[in-house]
Design a protein. Sequence first.
Length: 237
Amino acid sequence: MGILSGLLDLVFPRACAACGAPPDEGGRHVCWDCLASVPLVTAPYCRVCGDPVSGAISHDYVCAACTDRPPSFDMARSAARYAGCMQKLLQAFKYEGATWLRTDLGTLLCACIEAHYPIERIDAVVHVPLHPAKERERCYNQAHLLARVAARRLGKPLLPRCLRRTRATPSQTKLAASARRRNVRQAFRAGQHGWVDGRNLLLIDDVMTTGATVNECAKTLKAAGAARVYVATVARG
C-alpha cells in the first residue's frame, strides 16, 4: 500500500486542501502547518453541549441554552471551531466533493471522541442522514463518510439505516436558533428499533452550530428506545 501510494503521488501529486502546499506525510491531504493552525475546542466549555466560552471558569459550567432547554442528547463534543482552515476544509468536504478529506477529518474526530467519551460504553455509531433527494444531488453524505471512519477506528458497528430524514428541510445556514428548531422538527424517523432499544449510540455529524439537528436526531433515537445518545462533530460553529 505504501509503494502504491508513492507511485500515485508521482503521477498525481497531492496538495494540502487548505493551503496548496505538499502534505508532509504520505496519505494525508492536509499539511502539518495547517493542522497545527486548526482552532481546537479547549476548556472551558458547556458540560452538556460542549459549546466553548471565553475566560476562566472554575466551576461545573452549563450554558444558558442547555439550562433553559435541556437537549435530548446526553453530551456533545466537537474537535475544532468552525473557523480558519477548518472552515475551508469542511466546505470542500461537504460541498465540493472532496471526499478524500474523510481520513484527515475523521482522524481529528476520533481523537475528540476518544478524549471525551467512554468508548467501552458505546454500542454503535450512527450519523445524521440527508434527505434522499439531497443525497442523490450531492452523491454522498459527508456525515456517513465520517461515521464509517469512526466506526472502523473505534471497532464499533455502524448502523447506516438507523435514522432517515423524512422531510426535505431547507438549509439551516442562515436561520436563527428558534427557526432551526422549527425547520427540523419531526424531520427524522428511526429504523432498526429492536437493536436500538437500550443501546448507547454515538451520533456523528460534520458541524454543530445551535445543535438543533443533532438534538432532533437524538430525540428520535430516544423515542425509539435508545438509552443514551452521545454526539461528536468535527467542528463547532
